[in-house]
Design a protein around this ligand. Structure first.
Ligand SMILES: C[C@](O)(CO)[C@H](O)COP(=O)(O)OP(=O)(O)OC[C@H]1O[C@@H](n2ccc(N)nc2=O)[C@H](O)[C@@H]1O
Ligand SMILES: Nc1ncnc2c1ncn2[C@@H]1O[C@H](COP(=O)(O)OP(=O)(O)OP(=O)(O)O)[C@@H](O)[C@H]1O
Length: 290
């Protein structure tokens, strides 16, 4: 019988983001804090005669442009595949939402192929292979909360997963990453570092110190993102911000009943909303089904 392997592809949020400098390549040097959310896609993978990619959500293009296909082709090119595989993905994380769903899928594709093919590549080797696929992919391969510098791909593990509830609210539309960066004026010398605030300041202080430099220009185009942020503060969030280049907004709450009230209120309004437990640690296991 053909083995069926399952694993979860988790989303991320950015706890603050400084855009420091525009580089000659057009990319930007940044500093950001990455942590995990429980919102995840489910992968089911088995060996097959040819490569097949299927999504539960037909809106995701399952073609050569897909980050799973690009990771698959790259692994085949640089490492070599002995078998072909079918990937069935139950897609729950909204795309273009600032939650890194596509990047997380690419990272899990590398990790699954590495395991199923017994290729034995280290995380660092997988990270080097993945860099051209997206700025967020190395974080998802590393699999630990941390501070991202450079293009956001140099990850220094740090204990920054909030010991509090995270409510993530997707406003219902995509937000463009290139447009978000293009709308932002880099500041090479911010008054404080994201790392310093996340490691040294209490959660209650974050709203006065932390920023996401991409937020202003994106809110100027999408007022609803700013409204959701205000609403999360009204519901009692200790800290609220847009994640990455948007469109998702998150609120961090100290108390469970306050977080659950915010979650339920957004849910009633028809938003796609998710909640992450304090100190959440993703299960990075790849398991045989059955
Ligand atoms: C906003 C973040 O999610 C924060 O973690 C990332 O910086 C973006 O990650 P991503 O979506 O994986 O981004 P990529 O697919 O690598 O790049 C998309 C586009 O974003 C811009 N980009 C991205 C990363 C970076 N450090 N500087 C940039 O200017 C570039 O215009 C690039 O063409
Ligand atoms: N496997 C995939 N899952 C989701 N989107 C994908 C995938 N492959 C390619 N894409 C495309 O990539 C684009 C960005 O998707 P993704 O969900 O990674 O964005 P994001 O959450 O804004 O990422 P980031 O936070 O890294 O900017 C989407 O427009 C989508 O069509």
């Amino acid at each position: 019988m053909n083995d069926l392997w399952i694993a979860d592809s988790f989303g991320k949020i950015n706890l603050g983001l400084h855009v420091l400098e525009k580089l000659p390549t057009g990319y930007h040097r940044i500093e950001t804090g990455f942590c995990f959310i429980e919102w995840s896609d489910r992968f089911e993978v088995s060996a097959s005669d040819a490569y097949v990619l299927e999504f539960s959500n037909p809106d995701i293009p399952a073609d050569e442009s897909n980050l799973v296909t690009r990771a698959y082709r790259m692994f085949d090119q640089y490492v070599g595949l002995k078998n072909e595989y079918t990937f069935r993905i139950d897609k729950k994380i909204p795309a273009g939402a600032g939650l890194g769903g596509g990047s997380s899928n690419a990272a899990l594709t590398f990790r699954m192929l590495n395991k199923l093919e017994n290729a034995g590549l280290s995380d660092e080797e997988l990270i080097d292979l993945s860099r051209s696929l997206g700025a967020d992919v190395p974080f998802f391969i590393k699999g630990t909360p941390g501070i991202g510098t450079g293009l956001g791909q140099d990850i220094e593990p740090a204990d920054i997963q909030p010991d509090a509830w995270i409510v993530t609210v997707w406003p219902g539309f995509e937000s463009s990453t290139p447009e978000a960066y293009a709308g932002c004026i880099p500041n090479p010398e911010p008054d404080f570092s994201i790392k310093g605030v996340l490691l040294e300041e209490d959660l209650e202080e974050w709203r006065y110190l932390l920023v996401n430099d991409l937020e202003g220009p994106v809110i100027a185009r999408h007022e609803l993102i700013g409204n959701i942020k205000d609403q999360l503060y009204d519901f009692g969030a200790s800290y609220s911000a847009m994640s990455g280049s948007g469109s998702t907004v998150f609120g961090i709450f100290d108390q469970d009943f306050v977080a659950i009230n915010a979650y339920e209120s957004f849910h009633k309004l028809g938003f796609s909303v998710h909640i992450t437990r304090p100190g959440f640690k993703p299960d990075y296991g790849i398991y045989l089904k059955g």
